[in-house]
Design a protein around this ligand. Structure first.
Ligand code: UDP
Ligand code: MG
Length: 320
């Protein structure tokens, strides 16, 4: 039987020189109160400031700290993925390095996992402190995403979550390049529970999520979880086809009522041809779109299914 459980903490950090020492202090204070062992994996996402030196200094003094340094800035989702791959814990918790994911919630996350959940998600509660642009963009993003995607993602969800070994191994079996972890975590299933939390102010520094990074994340989310954009061609083709039929009926009505001669010569046939050609082209594009969609799904190499251990009891045994 294993002596103590291991809790892994994964923290991506990009230019967090000011916040990191404070965050590390807060985190360590909480982890030291736990009866479990812990490891802290900091992923330095190609920072240009002193983040790298600070992490190395912390690691020298604390053997539970393991820094990973990226060769350049690969982005938050890549940094999280690297940390998750390295984590060896029975429970793995991902959190931001700027203090906006409060370490004092860690015992609560662990308690929820102990009560039989595989994944503990967190959800940001609006406090009014957030800028109205962030609030609006986040709300719109989740609305659109959940409309077009088969996988439902928790609105206001944060990349602050706990995963047990089983669910993390399932997540790691998804090798795709464009990663939207919040969606991927929801895609793998498992028993999950939501812990709402108030987002505190950043300990120091400013947001590292530029507008460009936000757009990239949004497009990764929409395009890797939805085939809807690919079906637009098919819908447009169908629409043109209907228009062609309406036009034919309209022209026919003139001939039936004996007013055929009043139509401008050439208009009917030209219009009909244009609509039909448009419809055919778009329908063919739509079909190609569908095939591209299938290819896209294939190259993502996601597993066809994921099993979970049969009972909560088994999990409990494993965690002892
Ligand atoms: N981050 C990262 N790489 C990036 C951007 C951000 O590793 O390219 C990290 C950052 O250091 C922080 C977390 O991701 O720990 C979330 O970023 P931030 O707090 O700036 O986002 P916001 O709170 O503004 O949504
Ligand atoms: Mg933040």
């Amino acid at each position: 039987m294993r002596s103590k459980r291991l809790i892994s903490i994964v923290v991506p950090a990009y230019n967090e020189e000011e916040a990191l020492p404070l965050f590390y202090g807060q985190l360590k204070e909480v982890l030291d109160t736990l009866s479990d062992d812990h490891e802290i994996i900091f992923v330095n996402d190609g920072s240009e400031d002193r983040t790298s030196e600070i992490l190395e200094r912390i690691a020298e003094e604390d053997p539970t700290v393991h820094p990973i340094h990226f060769s350049r800035n690969f982005g938050h989702q890549a940094a999280l993925s690297a940390g998750l791959e390295k984590a060896r814990g029975d429970y793995t918790i991902t959190m931001d390095g700027d203090g906006q994911h409060p370490p004092k919630l860690i015992p609560e996350l662990i308690r929820l996992a102990d009560s039989g959940y595989d994944i503990v998600l967190t959800q940001r509660i609006e406090t009014g402190k957030q800028s109205s642009f962030k609030k609006w963009s986040s709300e719109t993003f989740y609305k659109v995403l959940n409309k077009v995607s088969d996988t439902q993602t928790l609105p206001g969800g944060a990349d602050f979550r706990l995963m047990n070994r089983e669910s993390l191994d399932a997540l790691l079996s998804l090798p795709e390049y464009h990663r939207f972890l919040r969606g991927m975590v929801s895609w793998i299933g498992f028993r999950s529970v939501i812990l709402p939390f108030e987002v505190p102010e950043r300990l120091a520094g400013k947001t590292k999520y530029s507008l460009k990074k936000m757009f990239r994340l949004a497009s990764d989310a929409v395009f890797s979880f939805s085939m809807v954009p690919l079906y637009i061609g098919l819908s447009a083709g169908a629409l043109f086809f209907v228009l062609a039929i309406i036009e034919a009926i309209y022209v026919l009505s003139f001939w039936i009522s004996g007013k055929g001669a009043t139509l401008t010569p050439g208009w009917s046939s030209l219009m009909f041809m244009m609509l039909i050609i448009g419809a055919v082209l778009m329908i063919i594009m739509g079909f190609i779109g569908v095939y591209v969609g299938y290819i896209f799904q294939e190259v993502k190499h996601r597993p066809v299914f994921i099993c979970r251990s049969s009972s909560a009891k088994e999990n409990e045994d494993r965690n002892q």
